[in-house]
Design a protein around this ligand. Structure first.
Ligand code: 5GP
Length: 178
């Protein structure tokens, strides 16, 4: 079992690289079917989703655009989750079929913020893709249409996800060893 040390913590390999890539192929083929013939635009949520967004996007064989927003949680505690926008909404999204691409959905506060911002921009339809979902933590009603993997409520890194800015370049997802 592969282990890595990042700063002061140890992590164990949890979802190997090839398993992630196989799952992305499956998600992409569903998305290709669902968005065929539509004015599609993907919205990647930075920083964490940049690798997932790139891998998923290059597997789309339909007409598709991509843009990014950058959000940061601004709160002392997870539950008070105030969101700050660091890169905002530059594209004209009116009448577009949007696919939001998230790395991980935990409480869903970030996702809800993103969806609220899309609704006021008069998009045609909104679907959500998330590589990882923590069902035990998720407290929102928003449907997540394309889920890579459901995972326990533990802290993970790798494949774009960081621990204090590090670990994003790991090709697999790793979980914290308590
Ligand atoms: P939410 O708003 O759904 O509670 O949290 C979403 C954000 O929290 C993610 O985009 C990610 O930045 C961060 N996050 C949640 N769980 C994890 C985790 O297990 N590992 C890492 N690295 N970030 C996480």
């Amino acid at each position: 079992m592969k282990e890595v040390q990042i700063l002061d913590k140890k992590f164990r390999e949890f979802i190997p690289e090839n398993t992630i890539q196989e799952r992305i192929k499956e998600l992409a083929s569903q998305i290709n079917r669902d968005y065929e013939g539509k004015e599609m635009i993907c919205i990647g949520v930075l920083n964490g989703a940049f690798i997932f967004a790139a891998d998923l996007f290059r597997r789309l064989d339909i007409k598709a655009r991509i843009t990014f927003i950058k959000l940061a949680s601004y709160a002392g505690t997870a539950s008070s989750g105030e969101i700050k926008e660091l890169i905002g909404w530059n594209e004209d999204l009116r009448d577009k079929s949007v696919l939001v691409i998230e790395d991980i959905v935990d409480t869903g506060i970030t996702l809800e913020h993103t969806v609220d911002n899309l609704i006021i921009r008069n998009v045609r339809e909104i679907r959500i893709a998330a590589l990882l979902l923590k069902p035990e933590a998720y407290s929102k009603e928003i449907k997540i249409d394309y889920i890579g993997f459901e995972i326990p409520n533990d802290f993970v890194v790798g494949y774009g996800l960081d621990y204090n800015g590090e670990g994003r370049n790991l090709p697999s997802v790793y979980t914290l060893i308590p």
